[in-house]
Design a protein around this ligand. Structure first.
Ligand code: ASP
Length: 357
């Protein structure tokens, strides 16, 4: 009888060991994904599930992960809180912190991909910045939401689920930094926030989306054509701040002295969100010429949401010393210019950056 009891106990112990070995092996088979949280509406909370008032950046990353059903079946997940702000308060400091942390994580064989949760207002800028300075071809995916976590039909949980599925997918290597929202995958180069509040806000109107993720099922259609990540010449190794670049919004009868004011305030570069094909009135063009003669880089972008700005359209760029943003909207042109200004470059080199990135 005593022997029987011992045999049973031993059998139970062996079974438990075998079960835990199998469980461990299964856990090890899943990719390791780190979620870096920065705040935004996806971490936002409001008093009413049907009201529009809420505050961004209220929920911490562990609670956000726990709120997504089955997300831990996709990957072994770790969360880190890098910031917790509405992305209207995103800063160069957080960009540098993010870039350094992602580069460190992706160097390790223990990290297969990174997801960043981020407000949607400036998400395209953060995505584009990281696209230029991350030195890895492992997936880096940004996501967010348009409805706060407390809202009826909050879109954050499914966006996060799909972002983790994409970051965990072996198919997603070498696509540069991506944005996932509303079942769509967009490249950092092409994505634009097109609508102020609807959930289908992120679109790539010039080039189209690069894929879809439906309930975690990843389909990728085409790679982005612009240089990114491992092919990018930019690095923020040891960089503590970036040169000041300001944006002037173009309109009828715009005030030319805005350019002088920015130069006086210390801007090393100015992006004009010009009218049409990156145009500005005659007074502003003269102010731009004065600035470029003084060594300030002036980039002509457009306030129009779709289409590129062309070299020597209505403005003779060589004569005025201006650079064309090509496909980059003003806010992304500003990001590229801040990085480009870390090094002295000829007009041709500077212009080529806007064509290649
Ligand atoms: N203002 C919010 C943010 O960018 C909006 C959002 O996340 O959708 O953080």
């Amino acid at each position: 009888m005593k022997n029987m009891k011992t045999i049973c106990r031993n059998l139970l112990a062996v079974t438990l060991i075998v079960v835990s070995i199998i469980a461990n092996a299964q856990e090890k088979k899943l990719p390791n994904i780190v979620i870096l949280a920065t705040g935004g509406t996806i971490a936002g909370a409001g008093a009413s599930s049907t009201g529009s008032a809420y505050t961004s950046g209220q929920v911490k990353i562990e609670a956000m992960i726990d709120a997504v059903p089955n997300i831990r079946t996709l990957a072994n997940l770790k969360g880190e809180q890098i910031a917790n702000v509405g992305s209207q308060d995103m800063s160069v400091k957080v960009w540098l912190d993010l870039a350094n942390r992602i580069n460190e994580l992706l160097k390790s064989k223990d990290c297969d991909g990174v997801v960043i949760t981020h407000g949607t207002d400036t998400q395209e800028e953060t995505a584009f910045f990281l696209n230029l300075v991350i030195k890895s071809d492992k997936p880096v995916v940004l996501t967010g939401s348009m409805r706060p976590s407390t809202a009826l039909s909050a879109d954050g949980p499914l966006n996060m689920y799909n972002a983790v599925a994409l970051a965990a997918s072996p198919k997603a290597k070498g696509y540069g930094v991506m944005v996932v929202m509303n079942d769509e995958i967009h490249s950092a180069h092409a994505v634009k926030k097109m609508m102020s509040t609807p959930v289908q806000t992120f679109q790539s109107p010039d080039e189209g989306m690069i894929g879809t993720v439906i309930f975690g099922d990843v389909q990728l259609f085409h790679k982005p054509h612009s240089l990114n990540t491992t092919a990018s010449e930019f690095s923020v190794d040891g960089v503590k701040e970036l040169p000041r670049v300001d944006i002037v919004y173009g309109c009828a009868d715009m005030s030319p002295d805005l350019i002088d004011i920015m130069v006086k305030a210390g801007a090393k570069g100015i992006v004009i969100a010009g009218v049409g094909d990156g145009n500005m009135n005659a007074g502003t063009l003269e102010a731009a010429k004065k600035a470029t003669k003084a060594g300030i880089i002036v980039v002509r972008a457009t306030r129009v949401p779709i289409g590129a700005v062309l070299i020597n359209g209505e403005v003779n760029d060589k004569e005025y010393g201006t650079i064309c943003s090509d496909e980059l909207n003003p806010q992304k042109a500003r990001v590229l210019l801040m990085l480009a200004l870390l090094k002295k470059r000829s007009w041709d080199d500077m212009q080529n950056l806007f064509i290649n990135y």
